[in-house]
Ligand binder design. Sequence first.
Ligand code: SAM
Ligand code: DTB
Ligand code: SF4
Length: 335
Amino acid sequence: MKDEPTSASHTPVIPAHISSARWTSTSARALYELPFNDLLFRAHSEYRENFDPNRIQLSKLLSVKTGGCPEDCGYCSQSARYETGLTASKLMEVEHVLSEARKAKDGGATRYCMGAAWRSPKPRDMEMVVTMVQGVKALGLETCMTLGMLSPQQAESLGAAGLDYYNHNIDTSERFYPKIITTRSFGDRLETLENVRQAGIKVCAGGIIGMGETAEDRIDMLVTLANLPSPPESVPINMLIPIPGSKLADAAPVDPIEFIRIIALARILMPKSHVRLSAGRKSMSDELQALCFFAGANSIFVGDTLLTAANPGEDRDSSLLRRLGLTPEAMSTIE
Ligand code: SAM
Ligand code: DTB
Ligand code: SF4
């Protein structure tokens, strides 16, 4: 009996082969398929071992260069390949970025994430983004950027400017990836993550649930992240926001129970990482979000807007956090 998942005893029994240091699809799937209460108990226990479960990290996003992107990511409002109705804009002036960052700090955010709709930054863009990093850091915020692929030299420049985190998602499993993006490969993504790591910048990497992938794809995405030489410090799990005009405009909604299972699995596979309940919260019930927080999600994006899409906004979020007794995390130095 001992090596089979069961709900017969009061504590979940985890098969011995699940406790190996490197995760496999099989060992991760065995966890994912545990009875729901056993999975949540295991995830929440892991969570308590590593974090204060009543603290939540708050990040704020700003799109510093919107739309007109040459890539063909099937989920994205900013790809020039789809008619999504978005107006493209040029790289934002540094002063504008800093005034937005000041507002985010006043709103309680500790990390400021700047995103650009680029395949990768052009040499002429680097000076401006470096100035943005330095300016936002000087306000006393942690900095994060997501600018597409980075060469080792670009990662070095951002690291030298003091960038704390770089976000670059693997988005899904290696198997499903070509169904969603054809203009850059899964291997390209891993290479950028390696360049970021080598430059001493903390890694933020996750993906999207709800693009038509199978449970196996979702699990394998997490296994790939957990098995990186060092797991990402920050793992954003996005629920697809279907964008009218994009390739995935009509994707089927995600079963909320399966979504919670993925959050729980992310917590168990990457026990020391912040797991961010990222895009898609606006369409989630308070109860679904509460279960995600119980399962180990401990970071969110705050504010009315993500990069281009809607987010719950301050009123709904402050009410939810208050009702759940969750308090914002101070700036972290550990992670
Ligand atoms: N252009 C950069 C890049 O792709 O590397 C950075 C910005 S991109 C918008 C950042 C991530 O946001 C994507 O990798 C994807 O995981 C997520 N994302 C984009 N559009 C989304 C949507 N409609 N729903 C959920 N997540 C989305
Ligand atoms: C991530 O994983 N989610 C954020 C952040 N990284 C850059 C972006 C979500 C974008 C949602 C769609 C939009 O706002 O356009
Ligand atoms: Fe461009 Fe990033 Fe959108 Fe892909 S996800 S189309 S790279 S902005």
